[in-house]
Design a protein around this ligand. Structure first.
Ligand code: SAH
Length: 281
């Protein structure tokens, strides 16, 4: 790994270490750390429900079978992994570059009586500490957004998944070039949240192919995800501003607020489904 990549990984780890403490200390919620999904314009459910809905959508796409062994890359506080284990059965291994998340996600799986089937460990997606073909399915919910080298991560996924196994992931992408006057907002977001290089939707078929995977679905789901999530986060921060200021400091609270992004429709959200060909083609 290059030095720049190592620095990125440790900055992501620091960000989520800090968030992990804040999340557990202040919120009794479900600790999902991803954007929400509203199927239609008429769906008015709150962000918390929409976050769970995105997990459900990915579960539908994953098509995992009972007793499958699933790798969750970028497991956050463990909520999606616990959900996968409860829906699919089988075993889920979650990885993250935040030691605090490993600790807290492990405690949550234990509390749910899932410690035999759901485990978490510190590992970098660019260098997975797993045997070839040791997973039936791989899941990466809004984690590849932070990673400096998507192709390397996809290659690692292709190495650890069994032939015929599925990968489902979400990513940010540029739907259109970011106009000059919106660049400062996007750059601030990328720097505060340690977001990796941006891609376009047209980069994905090549990335997936070069990693040795076969593309099953590539969907621009920005319309179902972006605006309402950003509005929901802005609302959440406004509601809890005092607590957030007290525990993270008002500078950090300002940094984490994403309300400026609401007008940046050029920033989109992508759902990617791929599989490792069973026949080596
Ligand atoms: N999937 C979770 C968390 C999303 S937040 C959820 O939906 O709730 C992004 C996650 O990606 C964090 O857990 C972060 O530690 C992890 N991550 C970022 N870069 C990583 C890397 N290089 N290797 C492994 N995990 C990484």
């Amino acid at each position: 790994m290059s030095q720049a990549e190592e620095t990125t990984t440790s900055r992501v780890g620091q960000l989520y270490d800090q968030m992990a403490g804040f999340e557990s200390d202040n919120f009794s919620g479900d600790h999902n750390m991803h954007f929400g999904y509203w199927d239609t314009a008429n769906d008015t459910w709150p962000l918390e429900r929409a976050e769970e809905r995105l997990t459900e959508l990915m579960l539908e796409k994953l098509q995992a079978r009972p007793n499958d062994r699933v790798l969750d890359i970028g497991c956050g506080m463990g909520t999606p992994a616990i959900r996968i284990a409860n829906s699919v059965g089988g075993e889920v291994v979650g990885i993250t570059v935040s030691h605090e998340q490993v600790k807290r996600a492990t405690a949550r799986a234990d509390a749910e009586g899932l410690s035999g089937r759901v485990s978490f460990r510190y590992a970098d997606a660019a260098d997975l500490p797993f045997e070839p073909a040791s997973f039936d399915a791989v899941w990466a919910l809004e984690s590849i957004i932070h990673m400096p080298d998507r192709l390397q991560v996809l290659r690692e996924i292709a190495r650890v998944i069994r032939p015929g196994g599925r990968v489902v992931l979400t990513d940010f992408f540029e739907r259109a070039p970011i106009p000059e006057q919106k660049r400062a907002v996007v750059n601030k977001f990328r720097s505060n949240w340690v977001i990796g290089p941006m891609v376009t939707i047209d980069d994905y078929p090549r990335l997936v192919r070069e990693a040795g995977l076969r593309l099953v679905e590539l969907s621009d789901i920005s319309g179902q995800v972006m605006r309402r999530t950003l509005e929901g986060i802005a609302q959440r921060i406004a509601n809890d501003r005092k607590t957030i200021d007290a525990s993270l400091g008002s500078d950090m609270a300002d940094d984490l607020s994403l309300s400026d992004l609401i007008e940046v429709w050029e920033l989109g959200y992508l759902l990617v489904v791929a599989e490792l060909p069973a026949d080596g083609t």
